[in-house]
Design a protein around this ligand. Structure first.
Ligand SMILES: O=C[C@H](O)COP(=O)(O)O
Length: 246
């Protein structure tokens, strides 16, 4: 049975004062679900000391454990700071830093090597969606971004249509279900039924309290990767509650 996961990605938002939001989320982090908050890297260590049952993650890591990579953070460093997860391949990294599937796979492998769970993100652009290319793109990104050693324990896959991120636009439930069913089937072909059946598949892109319940009822959706609505406990707690009730 896959445990549901409510994950928050704070992106380049937040401050030491914002850690109070994690404190305010803690009472809603019940045994029914897993909860993860990924603050900016500088806040990971502090967040991990106060987060209680809420897991803390990074938003990116370098593919190497250490070395001459100015400005980068390694998975080993995140682990030492108290992180248990790291997001890899977010579309903002793919766009802003020209990250390829190959880069994402190397970062995901580095995450595993450091003992972190990789939350591997994939998703199509609006042009690709309108051009009927969605499943081709998802299949290619999934194959290229997830390394061979994926297990139910070390990997979470997040489907985040680029055009739905921060826009208020959300795919139809049929579209979400189609992609999630496809991802599950692709993982099964590659890793077998047991592993594929245990990997959590998250939906991300303009998730909020008002649409969470219907998204969580969609086929093969095991939770959400939430951006804007994870910054404040008042917005994120209702999403956590909807997931726990799903
Ligand atoms: O990682 C989170 C996603 O990019 C979704 O962001 P959003 O909930 O602000 O649309």
């Amino acid at each position: 049975m896959r445990r549901k996961l409510a994950a928050g990605n704070w992106k380049m938002n937040g401050s030491v004062a914002a850690l109070a939001q994690i404190e305010a989320m803690k009472p809603a982090a019940t045994d029914a679900i897993d909860v993860l908050i990924c603050p900016p890297a500088l806040l990971v260590a502090q967040a991990a000391t106060i987060s209680g049952d809420i897991a803390v993650g990074g938003q990116d890591c370098h593919a190497n454990a250490s070395g001459a990579h100015t400005g980068d953070t390694s998975a080993v460093m995140l682990k030492e700071a108290g992180a248990s997860h790291v997001i890899t391949g977010h579309s903002e990294r793919r766009t802003d830093h020209a990250e390829s599937d190959e880069n994402v796979a190397a970062k995901s492998q580095a995450a595993w090597d450091a003992g972190l769970i990789a939350v591997i993100c994939i998703g199509e652009t609006l042009d690709e969606r309108e051009g009927g290319e969605t499943l081709n793109v998802i299949g290619t990104q999934l194959a290229g971004s997830v390394p061979d050693g994926a297990t139910a324990e070390n990997t979470v896959v997040a489907y985040e249509p680029v055009w739905a991120i921060g826009t208020g636009k959300v795919p139809t439930l049929d579209q979400i279900g189609e992609v999630h069913d496809f991802m599950r089937a692709e993982l099964e072909k590659r890793f077998g039924k047991d592993i594929a059946g245990g990997v959590r598949l998250l939906y991300g892109g303009s998730v909020k309290a008002s649409n969470a319940t219907e998204i969580f009822a969609t086929s093969n959706v095991d939770g959400a990767l939430v951006g804007g609505a994870s910054l404040k406990a008042d917005d994120f707690v209702p999403i956590m509650t909807a997931l726990a009730a799903s």
